[in-house]
Design a binder for this molecule. Structure first.
Ligand code: GTP
Ligand code: MG
Length: 233
């Protein structure tokens, strides 16, 4: 099958409209120049998200089949917006091109896995990383070493292949794995940080950190209860 690849010169204003509203004039010019490369790049990352989600869903359903248990509560995903990509590249002081974006940003494709218990997090991570076509590029364990503000999660950057019509591309995906409780804290903390007009005072920051600790204690207690019941069962 032979099809003609579209060129950047064919980009019309209407096609740019959905992204233009988020970009300044300079950024719009860059987008115009890289439009189709950018669309192809987005397709690649979208596909990588689907690949990783499928891997996780298969693991979860296998557990359901074999042990009547789901380690994964639910999965969320997001593709970094063009605006955020530009902002991050600008912050890093890197000239924009799709190649430089792919080389320098690890979080264009983001998958968030919400587990029931802490032990599920490590189990899911281990099984994902063990797969032949998954390569672990980076791991940050904010559960064993929480951030100073109290944030807890296991962060992985993995590389996984995406098969296209004429080539195989290795794509980086950021995977955040956390419990429902950790996710509850992170979601509210994120909202408080971005919604509030005033900087969070030292006192409130301390209170938030304390909440994270209490939530973590509850996570451990719930895991103990679960283990005890599992042994009785
Ligand atoms: P980014 O440049 O923000 O991607 O950070 P990084 O490259 O240092 O990576 P890190 O693994 O520390 O954080 C990546 C992502 O984790 C963020 O984009 C958030 O989604 C999440 N995250 C990290 N720290 C916090 C935090 O303190 N609070 C919340 N709510 N989320 C966080
Ligand atoms: Mg990020």
């Amino acid at each position: 099958m032979k099809t003609k690849k579209r060129s950047a010169l064919q980009v019309g204003d209407s096609e740019l409209a959905p992204v233009s509203q988020f970009l300044n004039e300079n950024q719009q010019q860059v987008v115009q120049e890289f439009y189709y490369d950018f669309i192809e790049m987005e397709h690649l990352y979208e596909s990588a998200i689907r690949e990783v989600k499928t891997k996780l869903e298969i693991l979860d359903s296998e557990f359901r089949t074999k042990y009547s248990y789901n380690p994964i509560h639910h999965i969320e995903d997001r593709l970094k917006s063009p605006e955020s990509i530009f902002k991050k590249m600008q912050k890093k002081g890197i000239r924009f091109s799709c190649e430089s974006v792919r080389e320098n940003l690890n979080d264009i494709a983001g998958v968030r896995v919400i587990c029931n218990y802490i032990e599920d997090i490590y189990h899911v991570a281990e099984l994902l990383i063990a797969q032949d076509d998954v390569q672990l590029l980076q791991q940050k364990d904010y559960i064993k070493n929480p951030k100073p503000n109290g944030y807890r999660s296991l962060h992985l950057v993995i590389q996984t292949p995406v098969y296209l019509s004429d080539k195989k591309e290795l794509v980086n995906v950021e995977v955040q794995i956390r419990t429902i409780a950790m996710d509850f804290w992170a979601s509210l903390e994120h909202e408080l940080k971005y919604k509030s007009n005033v900087a969070v005072s030292a006192e409130l920051a301390e209170q938030l950190k304390d909440c994270a600790k209490q939530i973590s204690d509850i996570d451990l207690k719930m895991q103990d209860i679960y283990r005890t019941l599992k042994e009785i069962d």
